[in-house]
Design a binder for this molecule. Structure first.
Ligand code: N01
Length: 538
């Protein structure tokens, strides 16, 4: 045993977990429950993962608070009280801090420490994990709880290094916040992060210029405080809610329509969408059961949202620029906002279409497009992530015979069930590519994965087994299955991060499993019943 700089005692370990977000905290709790010596390394200065870093103004979850929480302990359900329908970042972070304290997890977490490499040693059969603070430990298992949207990405804009003002990425926001009063702010990007941040930045800044490449569909959150009666009711109904989320394809309690949008009359359709719009939240496409499958149903939903944009935005030209065209609604993640479209009615907010006039460079004092120079004091990059694989690719991961994960995945990620990959024994990914993760309430997916891995490790530990590894055949079949499901949907029709299309040069492969959590859960259960079919246990 030895101690690191902070005095954390680190012995050779059974399990190294990388990341202390929803996945890593649960993994630590579960692995300790199995009696395994486990340590989490976390790059951030606190627990929370995505919710530690995404501190931008307006950062808020788009899944309702009562669904976006762990379900493994009914006592936790009863003692934690959510204050709003959609929890804001500080509240989610407070929840995860509470979880870390309640289950005495902190002494198993080394903060401010980034794992730089994880190498499988063919001789010893152990993993050797190194960090940027000099740790060099061995472990029998490695759990990558690195998150799907944690590798923040700023595109290469020519001249960016010359900019003399302040720059921020939404996913790496300063802990103490940012004061935009008196500032001329440029915001690049109009995905979920931009759509949430822009209205609040506009409340403070002297001027805001939004650079939009692809117009986005956004629906109102209609967030509100929860009354004491609602809070009581949520707690009373938790057992039923948890059952509903487990049996739902998306891991939420959103009620799903069971008819096609084109089966009903135009008036019935309008009323159904209108009710969802008024109710708020991302359940609008779920008014019917085929919005993500049938182009005509999708067009109907898309046109409904476009009609709302035209109603809200006063300048018809700006409204048209904000209306997404040629992209199915929901094929990119549907945004959920508070006052996004109305923000463009303010005099000091300008929308620049960079598809029409691309950004040519960033100068010392401005963002310059092919049409004009836009002076600014601060630039907010709401430009997203190298999603699903980025955080893994930033670590030097090597399996048997020095096989590098980056090389293995150079034509796109290959996993079995989104949890493991051949050539990398005893290495697991929570909510990796091939898992339903980002197409569901990710907390429900995460809990499933961690519980399933817990069962797998119980089998391994009690069975005198040293290594568990996905087979190449099983992972090839899984990747094919994910692709077959994806092409039956409208998802591949958008240039989204689901496909890796937002990162120049990244292979375009539809990464999340689009078959829904129920089918996924059944598959995983079947694999376990057949003594981990598709894995070798040696
Ligand atoms: O990132 P994004 P995000 N020049 O990739 C633009 C989750 N999330 O951080 O669409 C100009 O969606 C890019 O344009 P285009 C959620 O799952 C959830 O907003 O590629 N623009 C796009 O507009 C979400 O999907 C919540 O043409 C450039 C934007 O930047 C995911 O995180 C809140 C550009 C990036 O949008 C990621 O969301 C926040 C360039 N070179 C995030 N490069 C909630 O729970 C990129 N863009 C509510």
């Amino acid at each position: 045993m030895r101690a690191d700089e902070r005095g954390d005692a680190i012995a050779d370990l059974d399990v190294v977990v990388v990341g202390a977000g929803f996945s890593g905290l649960h993994a630590l709790h579960r692995m300790r429950g199995l009696g395994l010596a486990t340590r989490v390394f976390e790059a951030g200065g606190g627990v929370g993962g995505t919710w530690f870093w995404n501190r931008y103004p307006g950062a808020r979850c788009d899944v309702e608070s009562w669904d976006y929480s762990y379900s493994f302990d009914p006592e936790l359900d009863q003692e934690w009280e959510w204050s709003e329908r959609y929890p804001a970042q500080p509240e989610i972070r407070a929840y995860l801090d509470h979880v870390a304290d309640r289950y005495r997890l902190r002494d198993g977490i080394t903060l401010d420490t980034r794992v730089t490499s994880a190498h499988f040693d063919d001789g010893t059969g152990l993993w050797r994990v190194r960090t940027d603070r000099g740790h060099d430990v061995t472990a029998r298992y490695v759990v990558m709880a690195t998150g799907c949207l944690s590798a923040a990405r700023i595109p290469d804009f020519r001249g960016a290094e010359r900019f003399r003002g302040r720059t921020y990425h939404t996913g790496q926001w300063p802990e103490d916040g940012v004061d935009f009063r008196g500032s001329h702010v440029a915001v690049i990007g109009t995905g979920s992060s931009g759509v949430q941040a822009i209205p609040l930045i506009a409340e403070q800044a002297t001027s805001v210029t939004v650079f939009q490449r692809t117009a986005t569909f956004s629906v109102p959150a209609r967030n509100r405080a929860l009354s004491p009666q609602e809070q009581r009711r949520i707690k009373e109904t938790y057992p039923e809610r948890r059952r509903l989320t487990r049996d739902s394809p998306t891991g939420t309690t959103v009620v799903r329509g069971d008819r096609s949008a084109i089966e009903v009359s135009p008036e019935e359709r309008r009323v159904a969408f209108e009710q969802r719009w008024e109710h708020g939240g991302s359940g609008l496409p779920a008014a019917f059961d085929d919005v993500l499958l049938n182009p005509r149903s999708n067009d109907a939903a898309a046109e409904f949202v476009r009609s709302k944009i035209r109603e809200i935005v006063e300048d018809p030209q700006v409204a048209e620029r904000l209306c997404p065209q040629g992209v199915p609604i929901g094929a990119k993640r549907l945004c959920v906002d508070t006052g996004y479209y109305a923000t463009y009615n303010a005099e000091h907010v300008e929308l620049v279409d960079v598809r029409e006039n691309p950004i040519e460079e960033i100068t010392a004092e401005a963002v310059r497009t092919s049409a004009r120079t836009h002076p600014c004091d601060a630039i907010v990059f709401a430009t997203g992530y190298d999603a699903m694989t980025g955080a893994l690719a930033r670590i030097d991961i090597r399996g048997r015979n020095g096989l590098s994960l980056r090389e293995k995945w150079s034509a796109g990620p290959v996993t079995y069930l989104g949890l493991a990959t051949a050539g990398f024994p005893n290495l697991f990914v929570v909510a990796g590519p091939g898992s339903p993760s980002v197409l569901t309430n990710v907390v429900v997916s995460i809990e499933h994965h961690v519980e399933w891995l817990g069962e797998l490790l119980t089998r391994v530990e009690s069975g005198g087994i040293r290594h568990v590894e996905a087979t190449e055949e099983a992972e090839a079949r899984w990747v094919e299955h994910v692709n077959e499901l994806a092409v039956r949907t409208l998802y591949p029709q958008a240039n989204s991060w689901y496909l890796g299309a937002n990162v120049p040069g990244k292979p375009q492969v539809f990464m999340p499993y689009p078959g829904g959590l129920v089918a996924y859960r059944e598959t995983c259960a079947r694999v376990a019943e057949r003594d981990y079919e598709g894995f070798t246990l040696t």
